[in-house]
Design a protein around this ligand. Structure first.
Ligand code: MRU
Length: 370
């Protein structure tokens, strides 16, 4: 599972996509067949598959499967490109906060538009789409491994005074949230592989319990020493000096480094600042949205009240008083001034003397040096 072994959230071969139903984990392992973009959209909205990179890849591949089964498309290469663009726009509407999905849709749309300009027939445009979507699946694992190794070396360097480190993470950012290995959980995997991880702590991550159901499951599976805590125990854990760093993922990072991630991340960052605990974001550059100057512009998804009123993501028994009002934002925004570094596949972005990050400068620098 660490790098794509036994249990994968996305099982794809050309013409077939199966998604692990994460709503059923950890008690049962059930894969759902996804035949087209509509089923892909529903699987994402209903949290069969979740996590910013996994959402983007699952969406792209659901359309890949639909396209590979198309019989006798009647139209020009440009019609094929418009067909794909409309489907991608529709898929983007499934969940608004994670930018990876719209980033993937923009890149794929550009590829099919370029292909339409030179293709002899529609099938060539569809072929170009399928190949590009398949590359996204492969690239994600490589990028996560680079995030893991960059993060592990950087954090070890920051805390040279300690022979072993304990870290806290939130939500699920592992194999299940990506094509494999994971982002923040990838850094934890790399710290463990480097022999410097004392212990990982994971929060339950109410109300959907991605931490207790999914992260705990991955940690146990990989035999990483780990402890589950209630979300509300995090400040006490830090006060007791039991964690040296918090490492979380991201759904959207604005140009100044403000970061949207699972609800509760902001509280963890505030606690970490108060207790002098390092706080890192681990995310691929596809999670960066340079069009947004700050986190104020990030759209936060609000989910159904049932997730709080009932158990099992809203599908189980009622646990809250009938008639109570509910506010259920799925994400919050952690301001850049609470973040010590953003760990990416191209290196760790740090602040130079100001309260925010220059992500655009970092990206330009990396592009030029390639
Ligand atoms: O609502 P979810 O489960 O999709 O939220 C997931 C998170 O917030 C993750 O931290 C983020 O997507 C990064 S996953 C590598």
């Amino acid at each position: 599972m660490g790098g794509g072994e036994s249990l994968q959230s996305i099982c794809y071969k050309r013409g077939s996509l199966r998604l692990l139903d994460q709503r059923k984990l950890p008690l049962s392992t059930l894969y759902l067949d996804i035949q087209d973009a509509v089923q892909g959209w529903e699987a994402i909205r209903d949290m069969v598959v979740r996590g910013a990179p996994a959402i983007a890849i699952a969406a792209a591949l659901s359309l890949s499967v639909e396209v590979s089964k198309l019989q006798g498309f009647n139209g020009t290469p440009h019609d094929a490109a418009s067909f794909l663009k409309n489907k991608l726009d529709y898929l983007v509407s499934s969940r608004p906060t994670a930018v990876n999905l719209s980033d993937a849709a923009t890149k794929l749309t550009e590829i099919v538009m370029n292909s339409a300009a030179t293709a002899n027939d529609a099938s060539q445009v569809f072929q170009a789409y399928i190949e590009a979507a398949e590359i996204m699946l492969e690239d994600d694992v490589a990028s996560n491994k680079a995030i893991g190794s960059n993060g592990s070396s950087f954090i070890q360097n920051q805390r040279k005074d300690l022979p072993k480190l304990s870290v806290l993470t939130h939500c699920n950012t592992g194999s299940l949230a990506t094509a494999g290995y994971g982002t923040a959980l990838g850094v934890i995997r790399a710290l463990h592989a480097d022999g410097v991880l004392e212990s990982a702590y994971c929060t339950e991550t109410r109300p959907f319990n991605q931490g207790s159901r999914l992260t705990a499951f991955e940690l146990v599976h990989d035999k990483i020493p780990a402890t589950l805590i209630a979300d509300s125990a995090a400040a006490a854990l830090m006060k007791a000096g039991r964690v040296h760093a918090v490492i979380v993922g991201a759904d959207r990072v604005a140009a100044n480094g403000d970061t949207a991630n699972k609800i509760g991340t902001y509280s963890l960052a505030l606690s970490a600042k108060h207790h002098g605990v390092l706080f890192y974001i681990a995310a691929p550059l596809t999670s960066v949205d340079l069009s947004l100057p700050s986190g104020d512009e990030i759209v936060i998804e609000e989910r159904s009240a049932k997730e709080l009123l009932n158990t099992h993501g809203g599908h189980g028994e009622q646990v809250a008083a009938t008639g109570i009002n509910v506010w259920n934002p799925a994400f919050d925004v952690t301001p850049a001034n609470l973040i010590n570094g953003i760990i990416t596949e191209k290196g760790v972005i740090t602040k130079t003397g100001s309260d925010h990050f220059d992500i655009k400068g970092f990206v330009q620098n990396k592009t030029m040096s390639n």
